[in-house]
Design a protein around this ligand. Structure first.
Ligand SMILES: [Fe+2]
Length: 383
């Protein structure tokens, strides 16, 4: 696919996600981690304008110089910005104005790309595509949080269907031999800087489940008092449970003694066979501990990834998000993309039902803080 087609496809996919929103849905920021949809659609546009059009397209006229302040996410190199918690207080620019901004940048990008681009620009462009895909997933999870925390529990899209991934019928743990394994990206395609350098790790023999933990299995943990037994939890996790009075995964509601779950279809009775989701690392760890098992490390996950069908949930691992040997940040603002977040976060592997198709791979490293659960997170056990 040529670059213009790929550009158009990525940009249109973002707008398709927003097709189901009403104007008011675009604006709110219920918690710090959930950005208003209108901020996302402006920010991904700003990314192409800032990193491609302004430096590389001769004669490009910036759409509105004030937008840098509004749509810069975390790039210190690119200047000051509205603080993250205040994204929901921006009634202006309006949703209509932000769509005009998108259109303006799209037209400029198509003009720019039609002239052919250097390899350096091509690399930035592909980073821009992957960046927008990451925000497509965030849009899906942020929209779910916004609608799922509305007391009316409105549906996002009654026809929403998760992609079908068959985990198979065999639930016997996969045995992996001890030995040296190669970890990290290899090949010619795109990868993020945090997947490099490819390097060797030594793994002891281990076993890993070919299946994700289901809602029914997780319910056993709840019903046996798992949230009330400190023995299964890290100290920090136990504080988190008590402070936030956590009793179940996010979006679970006990109504007339029956568990319900908010989904893109609205509030529904809990689907017991589905993979448990919207759990924090603390909960994933506690569940594994209650089972007498553990979470895999990210290296164990990657070494075994070809032996099971992953992709339904981002899977919490027991690994801290750290640089691989030889990791190097790119010069300038792009160097701020991943490296500066390598502290106090855990790695998640796989992909989720709202990850754009083709976005992830076996070496992909997602990462979040241990208490967060608004992403489609899940549990795969190891021993
Ligand atoms: Fe971003």
């Amino acid at each position: 696919m040529d670059l213009i087609d790929r550009y158009k496809e990525v940009r249109q996919r973002t707008e398709k996600i927003c097709f189901y929103l009403q104007t008011e849905d675009y604006v709110v920021q219920p918690v710090v981690d959930v950005s208003p949809p209108k901020w996302h659609i402006g920010h991904v546009t700003w990314f192409f304008e800032t990193f491609i059009l302004k430096p590389y397209f001769m004669g490009y006229q910036e759409y509105n110089p004030d937008y840098n302040y509004v749509f810069n996410s975390y790039y210190e190199t690119v200047g000051t910005r509205v603080i993250r918690t205040d994204r929901g207080n921006l009634s202006r620019p309006t949703v209509v104005e932000i769509y005009s901004y998108r259109k303006y940048v799209d037209e400029a990008m198509e003009g720019f790309l039609s002239g052919g681009v250097s390899n350096d620009v091509k690399e930035l462009l592909i980073l821009g595509f992957n960046h927008e895909e990451q925000h497509q997933e965030l849009l899906m999870t942020d929209i779910k949080f916004i609608l799922g925390h509305n007391p009316l529990f409105p549906a996002y899209n009654k026809n929403y269907a998760a992609p079908h991934i068959d985990e198979g019928v065999n639930d016997a743990f996969v045995s992996m031999n001890e030995g040296i394994y190669e970890i990290g990206f290899t090949g010619d395609g795109f990868c993020f800087d945090n997947e490099l350098n490819r390097h060797k790790v030594y793994l002891n023999a281990y076993q890993i489940s070919p299946k994700l933990v289901t809602n029914a299995e997780y319910l056993e943990f709840i019903n046996s008092g798992g949230y009330h037994d400190f023995r299964h939890w890290h100290a920090e996790g136990w504080d988190w449970v008590k402070t936030n009075k956590v009793e179940a995964p996010l979006y679970w509601h006990l109504i007339d003694n029956e568990w319900h779950n908010y989904t893109y279809h609205g509030l529904e009775p809990l689907h017991l066979k589905g993979p448990v989701t919207h759990i924090s690392y603390f909960e994933a760890y506690a569940y594994a501990s209650w089972k007498g098992l553990r979470l895999p490390t990210e290296f164990e996950w990657e070494a075994a990834a070809s032996k099971f069908n992953w992709g339904r949930r981002w899977e919490w691992t027991e690994s801290s998000y750290l640089p691989y040997p030889g990791f190097a940040k790119a010069p300038g603002a792009i160097g701020e993309y991943n490296g500066k977040f390598m502290v106090n976060q855990k790695v998640l592997r796989g992909a989720s039902e709202v990850t754009p198709p083709g976005h992830s791979r076996a070496t992909y490293r997602n990462f979040f803080q241990t208490n967060l659960r608004w992403q489609f997170t899940g549990i795969r056990l190891a021993k």
